[in-house]
Design a protein around this ligand. Structure first.
Ligand code: DGP
Length: 112
């Protein structure tokens, strides 16, 4: 399967890694929309939030356990935002599930 974020997780395409373990990879967004903009992905391909099921959701809870640790490491002590765009209406441009961690400044109140 030709998937950009699978290739990034396998290091076939370089990225600025922030965190890695057997199941999760976190790296800096190539087009940052805040002073800190990190993407957190499961290494195993899940296309998006619309494909999360009871069978594959274990890694999602692991990602959500890891996000506060990443935020702390990135010094986002004053808060941050986590976003997962899904599908066409959600403006998901890469069909590999990812969570944006945004912070390092006061973010816009408007979310859409
Ligand atoms: P979304 O629009 O929610 O699907 O977010 C995809 C994000 O992925 C977008 O903010 C830009 C980022 N991105 C796209 N291609 C690359 C890449 O090759 N490397 C990195 N580090 N980020 C990428």
């Amino acid at each position: 399967m030709d998937c950009l974020f699978c290739s990034i997780a396998k290091k076939e395409i370089p990225s600025a890694a922030v965190y890695e373990d057997d199941e999760i990879f976190a790296f800096r967004d190539i087009n940052p929309q805040a002073p800190v903009h990190v993407l957190v992905i499961p290494k195993k391909h899940i296309a998006g939030m619309d494909e999360v099921t009871a069978e594959n959701s274990d890694v999602i809870s692991k990602i959500f356990e890891k996000i506060p640790e990443i935020a702390k490491k990135e010094k986002l002590d004053n808060g941050f935002r986590v976003i997962s765009n899904c599908g066409e209406d959600g403006c998901q441009s890469v069909r590999h599930l990812h969570f944006h961690i945004l912070g390092g400044k006061k973010l816009d109140e408007k979310m859409c």
